[in-house]
Design a protein around this ligand. Structure first.
Ligand code: GBH
Length: 461
């Protein structure tokens, strides 16, 4: 049964984090400022047809110049944690060589501003914006990029680790690898499945190398982790082909990352599926031990879940190429503006399952949120009952997971601001704060005020 707000507040542990997240390319703008060089997203946005409306991150929310006011906003909303990402090509132009002091200085000021307002800074080192030079040298399918990432991570770590306690290496490596190199819908826009599978391994290797080096360099206790996108895959029926479709979807979407990170081995069934397609993970001696370097926190980004079937529309279980069918079917739920179905129990099931299959790993929800068709009133205020209900039902889903044994330590809403929603441009709004892209005015939505109230009630209980 769905839990009430009262029950959800009672179920969340003491010290539970209440926060909000963003990423560099989605909000900063100022793409040429202070020595920043182009990332793969600057390039991809120039490909005709790649981004809805031809939008780019050139200006975005002008967070680069409006940062102090944005931090003040987080403080006003009573949130205790801010997760942001660092633009690699800002702090290390061209992806190699020494740090760019002017670029690093922005994050230095941001961290100081957050601390001055009593907000805990949480750094994500990589949220999809690879320096273009490194893509030109092969990108994530090239092994060298993993070493470049570890070097870059240390530049940021050396500058900020005296004040930043929580570090995420990568945001959603599945997206970087699959959306970027296999499906071609994200930068760099390639459609090469074997290259994408190499990218998976090199992203995980980069995570492991950076984790080992940050850990070794840290004189004090810090929390290091990675953020994965994940969901619950439901079978359309108990028929063998449907269960197989779930196994494959969950294998490629979740276990391909969780198993090496936690257990130090790739899932044998997924490796076999890949081999059947003539594709191999480019593992070298020692890589898996590096990838399994101990982490302190697992970040989970959750948006929605799906139902899978192994039967094609024609009822057959193989497609024209003789490959097994893996197809999604509607769960017949209300949808967000992204056309994503709203499935809060998929969140509970996911968190409980991760707690069971990968025990001993504290989880923080590093993103959860929804885009809706916001309608501002004359004053620019958005009474977003739909987004408010989304947050409440998903927080209740987290509370339910905790009561079933999942070790969830915090919840960060996606996102602080309406922002550049990647291939969808500015048309899709995920913010708890409305951004007027003409004036750059920020106005908290009803959902922001509701999160503020829930956080206050939880703290005061
Ligand atoms: C997050 O990605 C990003 O971290 C964030 O930057 C972004 O703004 C936010 O979500 C909102 O999109 O149907 O095959 O794509 C989430 C991307 C979208 C990845 C749903 C998994 C489901 C599988 N997720 N996707 S598929």
């Amino acid at each position: 049964a769905p839990v009430t707000e009262q029950e959800l507040i009672a179920s969340l542990p003491a010290g539970f984090r209440w926060g909000v997240a963003t990423s560099a390319y989605q909000i900063e703008g100022a793409v040429d400022a202070d020595g920043r060089t182009p990332s793969i997203w600057d390039t991809f946005c120039r490909v005709p047809g790649a981004i809805d409306g031809g939008d780019t991150g050139d200006v975005a929310c002008e967070h680069y110049t409006r940062m102090p006011a944005d931090v003040a906003l987080i403080c006003e909303l009573g949130l205790d944690t801010y997760r942001f990402s660092v633009s690699w090509s800002r702090v290390q132009p061209y992806g190699t060589g020494p740090a760019n002091p002017a670029g690093l200085a922005f994050y230095d000021r941001l961290v100081d501003e957050l601390l001055a307002q009593g907000i805990d800074p949480w750094v994500t080192l990589y949220h999809w914006d690879l320096p273009q030079e490194l893509e030109d040298a092969g990108g994530w399918p090239a092994r060298d990029t993993a070493y470049r990432f570890a070097d870059y991570s240390m530049l940021v770590f050396d500058a900020l680790s005296d004040r930043v306690n929580t570090w995420t290496t990568l945001n959603e490596p599945w997206c970087s690898a699959m959306l970027g190199y296999a499906y071609g819908v994200h930068a760099p826009g390639r459609q090469d499945f074997p290259a994408a599978v190499s990218a998976v391994h090199h992203l995980l290797l980069g995570h492991g190398l950076a984790t080992e080096r940050m850990r070794a360099a840290s004189p004090r206790k810090i929390d290091i982790g990675i953020t994965l996108n994940a969901a619950t895959a439901y079978p359309a029926s108990d028929a063998e082909p449907d269960l197989e479709a779930v196994r494959r979807a969950d294998g490629m979407g979740a276990r391909l990352y969780l198993d090496p990170l936690v257990h130090g081995r790739y899932p044998a069934d997924v490796v076999a599926d890949l081999a059947e397609q003539g594709v191999e993970l480019p593992v070298q001696d020692g890589d898996l031990a590096t990838i399994a370097a101990p982490i302190d926190v697992l970040g989970i980004n959750y948006y929605f879940s799906q139902k899978f079937t192994g039967f094609g529309e024609d009822g057959r279980t193989v497609d024209a190429d003789g490959r097994p069918v893996t197809r999604t079917l509607p769960l017949d739920r209300p949808r967000t503006a992204m056309d994503w179905e709203i499935v809060p129990e998929g969140f509970t099931d996911l968190l409980v399952r991760i707690g069971r299959d990968y025990p001993g790993l504290p989880i923080v929800v590093t993103e959860n949120g929804a885009a809706f068709h916001d309608v501002p009133d004359a004053a620019g205020f958005v009474a977003d009952a739909d987004r408010t209900a989304y947050f409440t039902s998903h927080l209740a889903a987290v509370a339910a997971a905790i009561r079933q044994g999942a070790d969830v330590r915090g919840y960060l809403a996606w996102s602080l601001l309406d922002n550049f929603e990647w291939a969808y441009g500015y048309d899709k709004r995920f913010g708890i704060v409305r951004v007027d892209y003409t004036t750059q005015a920020r106005i908290p939505k009803q959902s922001a005020l509701h999160l503020k109230e829930l956080a206050e009630r939880h703290r005061a209980r």
